[in-house]
Ligand binder design. Sequence first.
Ligand code: PAF
Length: 291
Amino acid sequence: MEFIVSLQLMRQYAEQQRCAGRRLALVPTMGYLHEGHLQLIRRARQLADVVITSVFVNPTQFLPGEDYERYPRDIDRDRRLAEAAGSDVLFAPLVQEMYPAGYTTRVSVLGVSEPFEGVYRPGHFDGVATVVTKLFVITRPHIALFGQKDWQQTLVVRQLVRDLNFEVDIHVVPTVREPDGLAMSSRNVYLEPEQRQKATALYRALQRARALVLQGERRRSVIVQALLEELARVPELQLDYAAAARAQTLEEPEEFAPGEQVVLLVAARLGGTRLIDNELVDVPQYGAERA
Ligand code: PAF
């Protein structure tokens, strides 16, 4: 596997591969790879000739006071794991090259970036959109893969691709979970053993609300109430939001229509760790009729 740090070498490599007629896949990550990332790499391996995994802890998507400094980093481990999963390149640019002195440009995607994470982490998606734009320009991928765990991020990236005319196909890969349901995340290493157990409340809440939708419940307030009740069982969880929205637009109608795809979203803090998770569910065509 190639290990590339320089932006210029990465551009040259990508250009050569394109000229040779190869199909390039990009798996953008912030490193400290876990099974969720490895699934993205394996899927990319199936879809493309050349798999580029980027590892870059992007400072512009962290708010002041967030965990940028302590975000887990282990590039040697990432190299081993990415190679074993089938990556051809590990691209690990330096902050000073991505954002040199005098850098001033920011990419803002309006609309889907505004609710939920946009309220609790204002400016976060500008940082994501900016770095994803830069990674697309540098690595020139035909396809890029993102995890469903960051559902709102996938919508922001799709909008970015449409609006800026990137010829990149976006693939969203299902969330990989621990056996007890906790969504895999590099940030899970922050959790103390006791918190780790409590963190499964997010998954339980999503499953309960999902079951309700599948039983025919379409009223958003009732679906959200189910999320809230389950989360309230763990008083240590400090909730940012629990929501049910149209999966593709994040609109929140009073009642969902039969056949619509709904995304259930939760975000909460447990001690100093912020957890997010989501579940997609299709509203049945013929729900149980309510009295
Ligand atoms: O999902 C992530 O890890 C990051 O937001 C991404 C897409 C790599 C951009 O820094």
